[in-house]
Design a protein around this ligand. Structure first.
Ligand code: FES
Ligand code: FES
Length: 248
């Protein structure tokens, strides 16, 4: 392989059972490399801070937050994403679909991979073990009950087929979500997965210091803030005229 450009390095690992080599910034989050360089957008990114679990993948079989893994750390490992088709992933997909456990679908890849990690270690877990294994992945939609039931059913193989009630019998019956499959397969495209080519990108930079995060800055009189060299690079609400949530 030719020398990589400055700031980039080749990283070789196994991805969903296939060997891959990718040239990427070695300290870039693995989630970015998977999504932006390998175009596997099934891995979602919520917080980029290890809090939400949306970016969960398996590294050598164990669930990790890929936003906290430097790409170089993947060297020589086996990475599994929601696009994989081995282990418990296919039956977890089926169970999530049957239970309606994927609603908006943002947490679903992380949930399925965390569950796949569990079922590989513990083929017949109880509900407490499922709750523990999925504890690092947050869901804003389902209330978790359907997700836990789906994992338990995937473990036993007792999968109820997706219901298709007869005409006239649909009221009150559970039916498979029409948009469910792309969500459990990780192929559903959200705005960040397929932005328009002419999209305007903004980056919010949070201050790592108390100086800029201090209430003293936000409470500083506007005239003083304008005069301060330290505050001059800071965007203010006046510069963000389109933001409805902007507070002055
Ligand atoms: S995006 Fe990685 S934990 Fe939230
Ligand atoms: S299905 Fe929407 S966050 Fe879990």
């Amino acid at each position: 392989m030719p020398d990589a450009a400055p700031g980039l390095a080749p990283v070789t690992f196994t991805l969903n059972g296939e060997p891959v080599s990718v040239v990427a910034p070695p300290f870039a989050p693995l989630s970015d490399t998977l999504r932006e360089r390998l175009r596997l957008t099934g891995t979602k990114v919520g917080c980029e801070a290890g809090d939400c679990g949306a970016c969960t993948v398996l590294l050598d079989g164990a669930q990790v937050c890929s936003c906290l893994i430097a790409t170089a750390q993947a060297q020589g490992t086996a990475i599994t994403t929601i696009e994989a088709d081995h282990g418990a992933i296919p039956r977890l997909r089926a169970a999530f679909l049957a239970h309606g456990a994927a609603q908006c679908g943002i947490c679903t890849p992380g949930m399925i991979l965390a569950a796949a990690d569990l079922l590989a270690r513990e083929p017949t877990p109880d509900a407490a073990a499922v709750e523990d294994a999925l504890g690092g992945v947050l869901c804003r939609c389902t209330g978790y009950r359907k997700i836990i039931e789906a994992v338990l059913d995937a473990a036993t193989g007792n999968l109820a087929p997706a219901a298709h009630p007869e005409a006239g019998a649909a009221v009150g019956a559970r039916i498979a979500r029409l948009d469910g499959w792309p969500k459990v397969a990780g192929t559903d495209l959200f705005a960040a997965d397929a932005p328009p080519a002419d999209a305007l990108w903004l980056r919010a930079v949070r201050s790592p210091t108390r100086v800029l995060a201090s209430p003293s800055v936000t409470s500083m009189p506007r005239a003083a803030a304008s005069a301060s060299p330290r505050s001059s690079p800071l965007p203010t609400c006046r510069g963000i005229t389109a933001s409805a949530s902007c507070r002055t």
